[in-house]
Design a binder for this molecule. Sequence first.
Ligand SMILES: C[S@@+](CC[C@H](N)C(=O)[O-])C[C@H]1O[C@@H](n2cnc3c(N)ncnc32)[C@H](O)[C@@H]1O
Ligand code: SF4
Ligand code: SF4
Length: 369
Amino acid sequence: MKINTPFTRIVTKIARLTLAKRVDLPHTLAFLYNNSFKKLSNLINIELEKRLKRITLKSKPYIMFLEVNNICNLHCPFCMTGKGVYGGREKRHMTIDDVKGVIDQTWEHLYFIQLYNWGEPMLNKDIFEIIRYAKSKNIFTMASSNMTALDEGKIDRLIDSGLDYLKVAVDGVSKESYSLYRVGADFDKVMENFKTLMRRRKEKGSRFPIVEWQFVVFKHNEDEVDEAQKIADELGVDYFNPIPAYIEDAKWIPKNEKYKATLYDPESVRKCRRLWSHINVRCDGGIAPCCYEFFKKDDFGNIFKRPFAELWNNDIFKYSRELCMHPDKVTKERKMDTICYNCIIYEKRPSLNVEDILKQEEKEEKPGG
Ligand SMILES: C[S@@+](CC[C@H](N)C(=O)[O-])C[C@H]1O[C@@H](n2cnc3c(N)ncnc32)[C@H](O)[C@@H]1O
Ligand code: SF4
Ligand code: SF4
């Protein structure tokens, strides 16, 4: 992993020293860039309420995942959207009015907004306006893109929108290996767009978006990581980040131990903070505390139908927090179905039970079947 600009080098160094390497670069930047007295006092309050084991909260989430669509043009084999699986949701793009409705209720406490979940954000025709709106509310914006749906004009609009951080998802340096996972993408076009992004950012004299090359490592592309790092340096990429892949088929697992994924860390599951700090808004307004939630039936409510103030301390949020704080006490009488149950009691990430998801999807497609 490499940080190129002096700016990100300093930031990461400080963060690494202070947080003993437990740092997420975009989150740290959001804290440094997009702070306010209100956000900081809310953040302190979150910590306090968590320590006091409160389940009805005065504090509000400071991180939002906003799924601007659940639609994609590619067919990555281990991605739900790539497989055409939607968890009972309609396929849709959020409109700018949907987004304004959500942000207007939550912006004051938000440091950070991730503008994707299960879908390709650059396919949303309102994406540049969405970014602008979030920026106008002093929120750090991050997107991840497969880079297929762009051209020079759109790249210019993306830079001009003020997007803070972009993950460019390219997993290979040759057409052959890249195309094995990013099924349906044109490698040459993707690399051309990548180069155009770096060139136009430089020509515009802009430091933003900070660009991360995110390289998902599989067996077929692990030998290309070093070459990708070199190309990243040549292109002027800020941060080259080879990450372990989530894999459903053992044949795809890389040999190198450092790229093998640990699906969950039981300790971190038990210490889940997300129920206090995060809100995940799906493209149809469904909400959940984290991005592991997939099925519509598991939503904690719907922000298009009820105000956020009524949702944040509703019964399912409170019960899930209680479960997180007192797993033993709550399991004796399981009162409510929550996706957090598997996670906290069985230490299993809900959305990783892919077979269950596919079975459920089949059932929904064939009612009565
Ligand atoms: C579902 S994608 C949505 C955003 C966008 N379509 C993209 O691919 O960048 C969210 C993130 O998951 C990453 N991803 C896709 N397949 C993965 C896998 N098998 N393991 C780990 N991360 C993966 C993508 O690179 C992306 O950063
Ligand atoms: S490009 Fe992103 S959203 Fe599309 S199929 Fe691949 S991982 Fe999923
Ligand atoms: S599903 Fe797991 S990670 Fe998500 S909020 Fe619940 S306990 Fe936390």
